[in-house]
Design a protein around this ligand. Structure first.
Ligand SMILES: Cc1cc2nc3c(=O)[nH]c(=O)nc-3n(C[C@H](O)[C@H](O)[C@H](O)COP(=O)(O)OP(=O)(O)OC[C@H]3O[C@@H](n4cnc5c(N)ncnc54)[C@H](O)[C@@H]3O)c2cc1C
Length: 416
């Protein structure tokens, strides 16, 4: 049986940053991912672009989410794989492999976590479903970066899901790309297309509950990215619902494309280039941790004593029941912080959680779930875990001021 100081489950932005940052601190790390590449939602679900999190503090421009996230962006830029905040995910996959391997982390692809052996609030080993059968891996410490809090859930950590009132999560979306588009013509005709879309919705000619067609330009010339299908009232942690969601979303892709072909310009020679290999999940399980971040914390721009990450992204809630998207935009200069305690589960002593599934309410998650922020959360988890490993203590017992000092040295803006 293989054994590591630290096992990180999930190779999205949170898992990648956790693994790299822990390994840079000198601990042995295995990064486990069920798909064939790193990047998580950005590669498996074609999520693009990076949402910007810039503000001004005393008139100075401040990027709130830096560190490993900035290193990744710099690598993309070096390879001409970024346009504004849009990026080429094939280049990203290569960059992430290289960054993770060169930091000394071992990677295991095609390995899905299925079982956990935990005794007296400590995880001893995990089981992975692989092509060769079940692999068991032991480690002293674990980070759950699965997005769905899968490792925490299987370890018996209490979790919650969706809105307090009815448990509904934000909608799922199957992203897709259209190729061979005359983008200038398309964008000029877009406002007319959006009007026609509203009319078609009023006449119930469109089944997709989304209120408009959401699209982005990417670095590839003539390729348009659509983040516009919307699957509501289905649970992302129920395999039957996930299956229905994939089928319904695929119908929506073609519904939207055929609608656009009729009502937009520039698509005459276009075709559906790709759909994501799996539907994008904005929200599923959240752990219940030592602290639960709330909407009030975000709205009041709270700065916690144990702040580790700062965020000012819109509280962006795609209606879990149907049409509409609600927003709360932070003013320039405003931001809130995320306390370290949100990464510490209420149970299990050798586990930290990073990424979109940390301890928070539905509303707070709607803001910090974006890629720059989850990447920072991952970096924090990795550094914190390395500290716990070196001192042979629980991650809940580490010296927070020492952690914060290291994070600042590692070029993170922690907000205090
Ligand atoms: C449709 C959609 C649009 C979005 N739009 C934007 C946007 O425009 N800009 C932005 O910045 N953010 C956007 N987001 C949010 C952002 O993409 C995600 O919240 C973020 O990428 C989550 O990162 P993560 O590392 O926490 O989780 P993920 O990226 O979900 O990574 C988790 C990884 O764990 C792996 N995994 C899960 N379970 C197991 C298991 N049992 N065994 C092994 N591996 C496992 C998964 O395969 C995955 O690779 C969007 C999200 C969605 C779904």
């Amino acid at each position: 049986m293989k054994r590591y100081d630290l096992v990180v489950v999930g190779g999205g932005f949170a898992g990648v940053a956790s693994a790299i940052s822990a390994s840079r601190q000198g601990v042995s790390v295995l990064l486990i991912e069920k798909s064939n590449c790193l990047g998580g939602a950005s590669t498996n679900s074609l999520v693009n672009p990076f949402m910007p999190t810039v503000t001004h503090i005393e008139r100075e421009r401040v990027e709130l989410n830096r560190g490993i996230f900035e290193e990744i962006k710099n690598e993309l830029k070096k390879r001409n794989a970024m346009l504004w905040d849009g990026f080429l995910e094939e280049e990203l996959k290569l960059i992430l492999n290289r960054m993770v391997l060169s930091s000394g982390v071992d990677i295991l692809f095609h390995a899905q976590l299925t079982e956990v052996k935990a005794i007296n609030d400590k995880i001893f080993s995990i089981s992975l479903a692989t092509i060769g059968g079940i692999e068991e891996i032991e480690a002293d410490y674990f980070i759950d970066a699965t997005g769905d809090a899968q490792l925490s859930y299987l370890s018996g950590v209490p979790c919650m899901q969706g809105r307090r009132t009815d448990g509904l999560c934000q909608p799922m979306t199957l992203c897709f790309r259209v190729g061979n588009v005359d983008f200038d013509k398309f964008s000029k005709s877009a406002s007319k297309m959006q009007e026609e879309y509203k009319i078609a919705k009023e006449k119930s000619e469109i089944k997709n509950p989304r209120e408009n067609i959401l699209y982005f330009q990417l670095p590839q010339k003539n390729v348009v990215h659509f983040n516009t299908t919307r699957i509501v009232k289905k649970s992302p942690t129920c395999v039957y619902d996930l299956t229905k969601a994939e089928i319904e979303a695929r119908e929506q892709v073609f519904e939207i494309y055929e609608f656009m072909k009729k009502h937009a310009q520039g698509l005459e020679d276009s075709f559906i280039l790709s759909t994501a290999s799996q539907i994008g999940v904005r929200e599923s399980r959240q752990i219940i941790g030592k602290y639960t971040l709330t909407e009030a914390d975000c709205l009041e721009c709270r700065k916690f004593e144990d702040s580790v990450v700062a965020c000012n992204y819109d509280i962006d809630i795609h209606n879990p029941e149907g049409t509409g998207t609600s927003h709360h935009y932070f003013k320039d200069g405003e931001y809130y912080t995320i306390p370290y305690r949100c990464l510490v589960p209420s149970k299990i002593d050798n586990l930290l959680v990073a990424g979109r599934c940390i301890s928070s309410t539905h509303e707070a998650q709607a803001s910090y779930r974006i890629m720059p922020v989850v990447c920072n959360l991952g970096q924090v988890a990795g550094v914190a875990m390395a500290q716990a490993i070196k001192e042979k203590i629980k991650p809940s017992d580490i010296d927070i001021s020492k952690l914060q000092a290291q994070l600042k040295l590692d070029n993170l803006f922690i907000g205090i």
